[in-house]
Design a protein around this ligand. Structure first.
Ligand code: KG4
Ligand code: ZN
Length: 360
């Protein structure tokens, strides 16, 4: 099986070829135009700019893929939703045109399904046994799913979602407040890493004394809400409290009064808060669902601190029998480019849909 995949839901024009053979998905060709530098001056994605750039770049990316490659595909897969409407239209129009001219079926897929199944790229399906617990954490979505059943008969259950910002969105907003670059996640994680390197040995005392982040984890601690409301959201996420902490801190201590070390410290603390929140919810999920595979997907899964902390916690919790049952394997996409928006993950869902009927 071979598909041409097209992803234009947000700020990446990404096209790729995905093949499926003997239980392994591979992605021999991936061509993309990232609009990051075009949106950087605005500190976030501007929809009008995004769709115009998709229009401008998509045809030359088809040429880069190569027409022999395209002709040899069995199908065309394209992201249908969710995403920026204008951007989605560009990908879908090109897919319709190609499908009709080349007489190939068009498979329209869900972007979140793409992230969920991105863990299958370059891995044998046999090494990703069901059930799965999947955390989708990116700029536009932050959800937790339990995927069970078989490839022929998949059951996808959403068990949690963000009550406010998505994790990546909170990284982006906080980076902007701190004068960092867009997208904020990679910038904050670099600053946090720098903090670690500088202060590994010495204890750093920020000049911002007495100001600490509240690690609001929606489990009752520090949250003044009725128990029933807290119980209703045990798998849900909230990042706006942490973001507000940074905002309030900057109101008291304007950015230009902070030292570079202060900024590194804020980035470090913020990253710790966000990753703690994500991990706490995964652990909560594992108390209720027995799974064999944990998948971290979406842009934030490129965060090494999140992955390292989660794998350590899983080891500890199962070794000390805090969590019981078979220890699940933690997976994230094999390449960082498969964590952020990309056509390869869309191709996987297209082939799954064609091979095993509907995915969601
Ligand atoms: O999946 P993605 O490319 O687009 C959406 O579907 O939203 O995710 C982009 C998001 C951005 O918010 C970006 O800041 C975040 O993923 N991100 C990261 C890292 N790399 C990208 N967040 C934390 N740490 C990273 N290393
Ligand atoms: Zn995405």
């Amino acid at each position: 099986m071979k598909t041409l995949a097209i992803e234009t839901s947000c700020d990446d024009t990404s096209l790729g070829i995905v093949t499926y053979d003997q239980g392994v998905f591979t992605n021999p060709v991936l061509c993309a135009y990232s609009q990051i530098t075009d949106h950087q001056p605005y500190g976030g994605v501007v929809p009008e700019v995004a769709y115009r750039l998709h229009e401008e770049k998509i045809l030359s990316l088809l040429d880069q893929i190569g027409w022999d490659e395209i002709m040899s595909c069995d199908s065309i897969t394209v992201t249908l939703e969710p995403g920026l409407p204008g951007s989605l239209v560009v990908g879908n129009a090109v897919a319709s045109m190609l499908g009709n001219f080349l007489n190939k079926p068009i498979i329209r897929v869900n972007h979140i399904d793409g992230h969920i199944f991105s863990i299958l790229l370059d891995r044998s399906i046999d090494n990703c046994p069901f059930p799965w617990l999947i955390l989708t954490a990116s700029g536009g979505h932050n959800e937790m799913y339990i995927i069970s059943g078989t490839m022929e008969d998949l059951v996808i259950k959403k068990i949690g979602y963000s009550l406010d910002d998505a994790a990546g969105e909170s990284f982006d907003k906080v980076a902007r407040m701190l004068g960092g670059s867009y997208p904020g996640g990679p910038w904050i994680s670099q600053m946090a890493q720098l903090y670690q390197e500088r202060h590994m040995q010495s204890d750093f005392t920020p000049t911002l004394d007495a100001i600490h982040f509240k690690r609001i984890l929606l489990d009752g601690k520090g949250v003044n809400k009725p128990q029933s409301e807290i119980d209703a959201h045990i798998f849900d996420f909230s990042f706006s409290g942490m973001k507000s902490q940074v905002y309030q801190l900057l109101t008291k201590h304007p950015l230009d009064s902070l030292s570079q070390d202060d900024i590194l410290w804020i980035c470090h603390e913020f990253q710790e808060c966000v990753t703690d929140m994500l991990i706490q919810k995964i652990l909560r999920g594992l108390e209720h669902y027995s799974v064999q595979t944990i998948g971290l997907v979406g842009g934030v899964s490129a965060n090494d601190r999140l992955y390292d902390k989660l794998t350590t916690m899983i080891e500890e919790q199962y070794d000390t029998h805090t969590l019981v049952g078979e220890k699940p394997t933690v997976l994230r996409p094999v390449k960082k480019v498969y964590s952020t928006d990309n056509a390869a993950m869309i191709g996987v869902v297209g082939i799954l849909k064609k091979t095993y009927s509907e995915c969601s």
